[in-house]
Design a binder for this molecule. Sequence first.
Ligand code: SAM
Length: 243
Amino acid sequence: MSAKVRLYVDHPLGAGQSVPLDRDQAHYLFGVMRLGPGARVALFNGRDGEWQAEVAEAGKRGGVLACVAQSKPLQLPPDLWLIFAPIKKARTDFIVEKAAEMGAARIVPVVTEFTNSERIRQDRLQAHAVEAAEQCGGTFVPEVAELQKLSALLDHWPLSRQLMFCDEAEVGQRLFLDEVRAEPPAPWAILIGPEGGFSEGERKRLQGMEQSHVVSLGPRILRADTAAVAAMTLWQQRLGDWR
Ligand code: SAM
């Protein structure tokens, strides 16, 4: 019998391994989902793949699951960062959720010159990434980094990481990653700007980086959340694990 519920746990998983539950997890499994002893739950921790587990103890404030057998190996996404400037709360949540579903390895919120929102709750965004992985069947959860300045990120940019710079100034141009060889897989990042777009200074700096590939996302200006999904789709199809 396969599990109907998938749960992320920050605990090692393996044959015969017991997994203690905290209060929130117990409330969800036994209070909300009404599972009892013997019920099956699929577990993953981002490191050990997915495991089928059985409810061994069910209580109001806690419980214990026992791992039975591995049901999926760990599947790591390509080494892709999604870098974006936070926008309104619900749209920022959407970007994090979609990035986790679509296969980003790391999600990096940045402050740019025209960023609308200079504060985020990193813990809340990380929880969104966990929920997205739970519901999409993934065995990996991307890290959501703390908010940082784009300029500081670029100061320490890794030499080998290519950058797909989505620039609204290129709207309508036919620029994509055609010149990029698909093999071997290299570390990459996608950069999406805020509602106000990039400043001329930022654009100049980004265009001048040798790792930068300036990209147009078609003949219309997309909202940042749409642009993030469109860019990830293009990248995954051309260079990632959708091929
Ligand atoms: N306020 C800007 C303007 O009117 O030119 C638009 C910014 S857009 C809402 C937010 C971000 O999405 C941009 O900074 C860019 O990264 C990306 N984007 C949106 N449409 C794009 C397009 N057609 N080509 C490339 N990037 C695009």
